[in-house]
Ligand binder design. Structure first.
Ligand code: AMP
Length: 208
């Protein structure tokens, strides 16, 4: 199968963005990321208010808003990797009502490491490349000077978002674990080692 449909689960900071980009590139599939879609539409008026109000509090944006974004993206995609969706059981049920999946992966990372990764994460607003002050600083001082931190990447907000993950998203992980579809990946390894495991898991799932 050339165009797998993949769900990548993991807490904030687990490496979903990096590994999703690898998957999209390697399999030639769409990278569907609700976080980026919502950041690009923070001030969109919805009947629940704007996404910004929820995002700045580290809370989940209401399901109907997110489900609509994902359904439109899936309709246009020939194979995809979902990054940051579903975030709760109700989104997972919605997803299962609109599509089938070929692989469900979960990147496991300890809380301590998640906080360290999130609080040190920086973005280049010109290229959207992601850096880390300690693990992956830019070589070019001009790039270093223009790096910004996401509003919700402070240590305090990271704690909040990890709490939301445990309460709302871990039940999704448990659900796919119970159905036998979940593949756990050690997300604390180097990005290259995680990618090797991720690719092997997807290849095994699509060969099965
Ligand atoms: P992320 O970039 O995936 O860490 O998402 C950043 C923020 O966007 C989250 O803290 C939520 O406020 C919002 N968000 C992203 N994806 C979802 C989703 N599937 N459901 C609800 N809110 C989401």
């Amino acid at each position: 199968m050339a165009t797998p449909r993949i769900m990548l689960l993991g807490a904030p900071g687990a490496g979903k963005g990096t590994q999703s980009a690898n998957l999209a590139d390697h399999y030639g599939i769409d990278h569907i990321t609700t976080g980026d879609a919502l950041r690009a539409n923070k001030d969109m008026e919805t009947e629940y208010g704007t996404p910004r109000e929820f995002m700045e509090a580290g809370e989940l944006v209401p399901d109907p808003v997110v489900n609509e974004i994902v359904e439109a993206a899936i309709d246009e995609a020939d194979g995809f990797v979902l990054d940051g969706y579903p975030r709760n059981r109700s989104q997972a049920e919605y997803l299962e009502s609109i599509t089938d999946l070929d692989a469900v992966l979960y990147l496991e990372v300890s809380d301590e490491e998640l906080i360290h990764r999130i609080a040190g994460r920086r973005l280049d607003p010109e290229t959207n490349d992601v850096y880390h002050v300690e693990y992956n600083p830019p070589e070019d001082p001009a790039v270093e000077d223009r790096l910004v931190q996401r509003d919700d990447d402070t240590e305090e907000m990271a704690q909040e978002r990890i709490g939301v993950f445990k309460e709302s998203t871990l039940p999704v992980v448990e659900h796919f674990d119970a159905t036998g579809d979940l593949v756990r990946i050690d997300g604390e390894q180097s990005p290259a080692a995680v990618w090797s495991d991720v690719r092997a898991a997807v290849d095994a799932a699509i060969d099965a």
